[in-house]
Design a protein around this ligand. Sequence first.
Ligand code: SER
Length: 321
Amino acid sequence: MESSTEKILITGALGQIGTELTNKLVNIYGKENIIVSGLDKADNSQTSAGFYERMDVTNTELVRRIIQEYKISTVYHLASLLSGTSEQQPLFAWKLNVEPLINFLEMAKEGLIQKIFWPSSIAVFGTGIPKENVGQNVILNPATVYGISKLAGEKWCEYFHHKFGVDVRSIRYPGLISWKTPAGGGTTDYAVEIFYKAIEEKKYTSFISENTAMPMLYMDDAIDATLQLMNAPKNHLSVHSSYNLGGMSFTPKQLADEIKKHIPDFEIRYNPDFRQAIADSWPASIDDSVAKKDWNLNYTFGISEMTEDMIKNLRMKLAIG
Ligand code: SER
């Protein structure tokens, strides 16, 4: 049984991962122990958590005040700008993706927080390595603003762990596919958009080319993996930068073929934009054997299970909404 003194803060809580992680943590710890934050003006009806705080994570004093006020023990720091948007606003991406993380690490060093989760990404990989089955310890040579910010963040996590014993845990998420909350500004987001368009219009123009494979993960598996990592005994963890996580790997064409099994007259076209270059610099598939060994990572959803679940749930959501 978890200690009832556990108090959890989730930043970026109204985002794609945050919404679903909040629901899960509320179920486990009770809503009175979950405090969530976002940039938007929102109220408690927009989240299942007990408390919503409008908070700009770059405002270090405000963040510190909230940590102290609620006596936060664990932080899931999800607020971030994704790959496509980061290319449009490089300096802001650096500020948002790196500085608040360092602020949380500092607070953990001071003993104000006991544990931190921070998402990294397959964007830390880059050119000069084979594209298939990319391992945990390859050379990291990111070619994007987002990848640079995530690599720097990983190194800060590792530094605070080695130097000050900070308990910070991280996953290199692949593209995340989900139906509850739309993603925003990512290169892998074609794999979410395609479902909305397939259901609403039976056609989609992909900004990623036909045969570009990228690693992807269904949100249910992403949330399970996150909690598995956070609950793993500390002495089982051998990676203190960020764990590789592979999920499945497919191309836009392969995904379109899966969708056609449910929507036979679905049509896909390809019109790659600037995000194609980002995708070209990323791995096609990932070796996540270290996470499997250290904390028993496993998956439930492959491409066909994921496609079936997405279509079923989105059809209901779009019919209601
Ligand atoms: N889904 C992210 C993006 O495309 C990758 O981490 O930006």
